[in-house]
Ligand binder design. Structure first.
Ligand SMILES: [Zn+2]
Ligand SMILES: [Zn+2]
Length: 227
């Protein structure tokens, strides 16, 4: 599992709805210490008795009451084996202490989980090229952000090089670096305030002949997709 930013109850409910067995979950990887990525990890760690992987700085950066009790530390760049899955860890640009993303490789196929990226760095483009499936941030529509209700400092933070990827940035990234193997893209981390699923999908319309582009919801379990 990559990140656990909702309650354990919600996570287990949503897995059940998709007939996913929690006992098959072997590890959790935390990308960074913002609550929407870590708040459920501590309880889930205890409930399922599974390791939570994160960097030391991420652990220290987290609120004390959200820190897992028995963290397994990695250094960005490490490759970690969980059964037959190889987890590639790498640094990205985001305003957290040591923000990471992950590419999960299994039988020569890779799924990337790339969210919370201010500006795509070489690590992001390198790993994106190797992906067959991708969870890619499409956080905000530029017009909605700048004309929206967020206070000025927050608008600047979201749009900065250490904030989030806009629909346009996600589109450009896919256009330039989406490899020939890439089949399916799940648009992720869609802002409640500055975007909508319809607008995010619409912004990718020129790419729908090339990739199967889908949406993930913040409110409910996504579909189970098989490669
Ligand atoms: Zn974040
Ligand atoms: Zn986030």
């Amino acid at each position: 599992m990559v990140d656990a930013g909702i309650s354990t109850k919600q996570i287990l409910n949503r897995m059940k709805l998709r007939n996913l067995n929690p006992s098959k979950l072997k590890a959790i990887f935390i990308s960074h210490e913002h609550s929407d990525h870590i708040s459920g990890a501590r309880v889930l760690e205890k409930r399922l008795n599974i390791p939570v992987f994160m960097t030391t700085r991420t652990w220290y950066g987290a609120y004390k009451n959200q820190r897992p009790n028995h963290p397994r530390f990695f250094t960005p760049g490490d490759k970690i084996m969980i059964g037959e899955f190889k987890i590639h860890t790498f640094l990205k640009n985001h305003d957290a202490t040591e923000p990471c993303s992950f590419r999960i490789e299994y039988q020569k196929k890779s799924i990337g989980v790339f969210t919370d990226i201010g500006n795509p760095c070489k690590n992001v483009t390198y790993h994106l090229k190797k992906c067959h499936g991708l969870f890619l941030e499409a956080n905000y529509d530029e017009k909605m952000l700048w004309e929206g209700r967020y206070p000025w400092y927050l608008k600047k933070r979201v749009a900065s090089d250490v904030g989030h990827l806009s629909n346009k940035q996600a589109f450009d990234l896919l256009t330039t670096h989406g490899g020939k193997n890439l089949k399916c893209v799940f648009l992720s981390h869609i802002s409640k305030e500055n975007n909508s699923p319809e607008i995010a999908i619409q912004s990718m319309r020129e790419l729908t002949s090339k990739f199967d582009i889908r949406i993930t919801s913040r409110y409910e379990a996504g579909e189970v997709y098989q490669f």
